[in-house]
Design a protein around this ligand. Structure first.
Ligand code: HEM
Length: 139
């Protein structure tokens, strides 16, 4: 088995143009030079991020499994070699778990809010009926 190549952020950042375009996704380096002009999302977005870590941008778009499979289908160059002082990777695990946990807590809050509105409405309706009955008795 051949060893996986390792590239520093500095090395990757030199591949930053249309004729030589590397991207980092999840700490892996991909050569997107030929793919760029076939990219369904356009060549421009890839050029803007050329030589950089685009994990966040890639995840934000919500790319399909097909798009992810494309990456390992001939574009893989090697792993990122983090040097002391390099920026920390745009956390992959936290981004996905963050969004799922925040969305689940948001939906939890939504259900709670509905419950409060429903119960509040029921109590108000009950109080109104009670007062009406009291008034009817007094007349
Ligand atoms: C080498 C990495 C990338 C690959 C292999 C890739 C592949 C693809 C593929 C196959 C699609 C079609 C929809 C799908 O299957 O999800 C797509 C759509 C798209 N991509 Fe990428 N993409 C890459 C990087 C990026 C990056 C870094 C951005 C930055 C924002 C981006 C932005 C978009 C957008 C906006 C679309 C939607 C296009 C549309 O539906 O009109 N992509 N990409």
């Amino acid at each position: 088995m051949s060893e996986v190549k390792e590239l520093t952020l500095q090395e990757v950042s030199e591949h930053n143009n249309k004729k030589d375009l590397y991207l980092i996704i999840n700490d892996k380096v991909y050569d997107c030079t030929t793919f760029a002009n076939e990219h369904p999302g356009g060549e421009e977005v890839l050029l803007d991020l050329a030589g950089q870590d685009c994990t966040e941008a890639f995840d934000d778009v919500g790319h399909s499994d097909e798009a992810r499979a494309l990456l390992d289908d001939g574009m893989f160059v090697g792993d990122v070699k983090r040097m002391p002082g390099d920026p920390v990777p745009k956390a992959k695990a936290t981004t996905s778990s963050d969004s799922s946990s925040s969305s689940s807590s948001a939906s939890g809050f939504g259900v709670g809010l509905y419950a409060v509105i429903l119960i509040g409405g029921a109590v108000a309706y009950g109080a109104y009926n009670y007062l009406q009955a009291q008034q009817a008795q007094q007349q």
